[in-house]
Design a protein around this ligand. Structure first.
Ligand SMILES: Cc1ncc(COP(=O)(O)O)c(C=O)c1O
Length: 330
């Protein structure tokens, strides 16, 4: 079994040296317990609380999904050759961006199916990375789970005539997604908090983060509380899922979840704005939802929340939420 670095190994003049942050390959910036994403304290939005945010947007491809994407691709490579294959994956953008960058490095074509409500910025980045992008209307799937259109389209591409050339990582049911967080995110948080974390908060998405980190932290100390954040039906919080309108992913392990907190869009966007203006944090709206849940819990224990991505990919969404403030100055 070879890893991507062995597959692409080239002689370089300087070589990699993590101590001075010099790397031969962008993939060497992927996080692990010796090179974790930063944990930063929030000092203003919950002044009496001990809240730390894990800044996943400082990953090389810009989000928490860099971890899952690299494990998904490595898993496929280890189970069979990627040569001559194409990838297809359903994603609200972040997994897609990381997978498209990793696929580009391997020279593998990639098709992404994406809900049409995702910000334009993410779709443009995917096209910049050379991905073929198929948008699915949010109401593509009839019946009671309308938000699963992108998944249905990825499944049908992988199952179509000629579909044998497509590899579908299927982040919603692939245990490699969970393993990424069990082996990296969880151990990083444990080490960065010196084993003192008492509550962990993340959103329902594919549920790789909640299941992987939850299992790891509970194995260290079964008293650690795992809290899931769920948006409202019809929300505009890409990356998050309401299970009132989307099917629960196979990889969700409900046994590690102690509490579910519902956060609506207005509260999430309100907190997102506060994070910019009071903490100097340029985060995406799902981080606002997660921090809003942490402050609603108002639990005076060491709490770690995930900040899945940055705000740079959401300018078009924020304009809507700025109201009059968003008007250009004349
Ligand atoms: C912005 C954002 N927030 C939260 C999540 C949820 O993470 P997970 O898929 O591990 O449940 C994602 C994942 O897609 C995301 O992109």
């Amino acid at each position: 079994m070879t890893t991507y670095l062995e597959r692409t190994e080239q002689a370089s003049l300087l070589g990699t040296d993590r101590d001075v942050r010099r790397y031969d390959d962008i993939r060497q910036l992927l996080p692990d317990v010796d090179q974790p994403t930063p944990l930063v304290r929030l000092n203003r939005v919950g002044p009496d609380l001990d809240i730390y945010l894990k800044l996943e947007w400082l990953n090389p491809f810009g989000s928490v999904k860099d971890r899952a994407a690299s494990y998904l691709l490595e898993g496929l490579a280890q189970r069979g050759s990627l040569h001559g294959k194409q990838l297809v994956e359903a994603s609200s953008g972040n997994t897609a961006i990381a997978l498209a960058a990793l696929a580009a490095l391997e020279g593998i074509p990639i098709t992404i199916t994406i809900p049409d409500g995702v910000p334009q910025e993410k779709k443009v980045l995917l096209r910049m990375l050379g991905a073929e992008v198929w948008e699915t209307p949010d109401d593509l799937c009839p019946a009671d789970k309308p938000r699963d259109g992108a998944i249905a389209l990825a499944r049908s591409i992988a199952g179509s005539v000629g579909g044998e050339n497509f590899l579908w990582p299927d982040q919603y049911s692939n245990p490699d997604n969970v393993r990424a967080h069990f082996e990296t995110t969880g151990p990083e948080i444990w080490r960065q908090t010196e084993g003192r974390v008492q509550t962990f908060v993340a959103g329902f998405g594919t549920c790789g983060t909640l299941t992987g980190v939850g299992r790891f932290l509970k194995a260290q100390d079964s008293n650690i509380r795992i809290v899931a954040v769920e948006p409202q039906k019809g929300h505009r919080l890409p990356g998050l899922k309401s299970f009132a309108e989307a099917r629960e992913p196979e990889i969700l392990d409900r046994s590690v979840i102690d509490q579910v907190v519902s956060i609506d869009d207005d509260v999430a966007y309100g907190m997102t704005k506060r994070l910019y203006r009071e903490e100097g944090l340029i985060v995406g709206p799902s981080t606002g939802a997660i921090v809003a849940a942490v402050t609603a819990l108002a639990d005076p224990v060491l709490t770690v929340g995930i900040s899945p991505d940055s705000g740079f990919k959401y300018a078009s969404f924020f304009v809507d939420h700025l109201g009059d403030e968003g008007l250009p100055q004349v």
